[in-house]
Design a protein around this ligand. Structure first.
Ligand SMILES: CC(C)(COP(=O)(O)OP(=O)(O)OC[C@H]1O[C@@H](n2cnc3c(N)ncnc32)[C@H](O)[C@@H]1OP(=O)(O)O)[C@@H](O)C(=O)NCCC(=O)NCCS
Length: 182
């Protein structure tokens, strides 16, 4: 099913394309702009995170998970070509007709301009076109800014929740949300 997901999508202000290896350093720099990630999720990005996504994929914990079903997508401003963010997608997790997002990030200087909503809308439309029934994400409950974004984007059905023991600053809870597409 992933093969029907087209490589390039345009929105009013963005061009969304498959990320390529030459963008690796720039994408990793965008990762570093998420300066409160450790506070939200308990750990920063690994230095080689983007390279790993591009070479091996960030695959879900299922037997037979394959890089073939994984995509890293770059968001470029149409006007200037500037790279401002990215997301990934795994086609077929946890169900065959679910597209799963494990990361979605807009560079800090370009947040609060509506680019994130514009990108997720386009990705949702493309997932519908490709035959998916839903999109899923996992978000840490300390990430209120992220939660607010996902809820506003229509990810409102809870399909799972887990929490660490204790209430300390190093304890975290993760919620899995889906957006029904049809
Ligand atoms: C979560 C994240 C992707 C949201 O990005 P964003 O670009 O700020 O999100 P939005 O497109 O929804 O815009 C946010 C706000 O800007 C406002 N805004 C400002 N100018 C706007 C414009 N021109 N058009 C539309 N909205 C605009 C929106 O109304 C919205 O405000 P609200 O939340 O009070 O309703 C971003 O904060 C981020 O990358 N965070 C770090 C990574 C992360 O947490 N990812 C999610 C978990 S994986």
């Amino acid at each position: 099913m992933s093969l029907t997901f087209i490589g390039k999508t345009e929105t009013e202000r963005l061009l969304i394309t498959d990320a390529f290896i030459e963008e690796c350093d720039e994408l990793q720099e965008i990762c570093e702009t998420w300066d409160d990630k450790k506070l939200m999720e308990g750990e920063d990005f690994e230095p080689g995170y983007i390279r790993k996504c591009l070479t091996e994929g960030d695959l879900p914990p299922i037997p037979g998970a394959s890089k073939e079903n994984y995509r890293l997508k770059s968001f470029h401003l149409k006007e200037s070509g500037r790279l401002i963010g990215f997301t990934d997608l795994y086609f077929g997790y946890p169900t065959e007709k679910t597209a799963w997002i494990s990361i979605f990030l807009i560079s800090k200087v370009h947040r609060k301009e509506g680019f994130a909503q514009e990108a997720i809308e386009a990705i949702s439309t493309e997932c519908i076109r490709a035959g998916f029934d839903q999109i899923g994400i996992g978000v840490y409950l300390k990430n209120l800014r992220g939660l607010r974004f996902w809820i506003k984007a229509g990810f409102r059905e809870v399909t799972g929740i887990s929490a660490d023991a204790g209430n300390g600053e190093n304890a975290f809870a993760l919620i899995r949300l889906i957006k029904k597409l049809r």
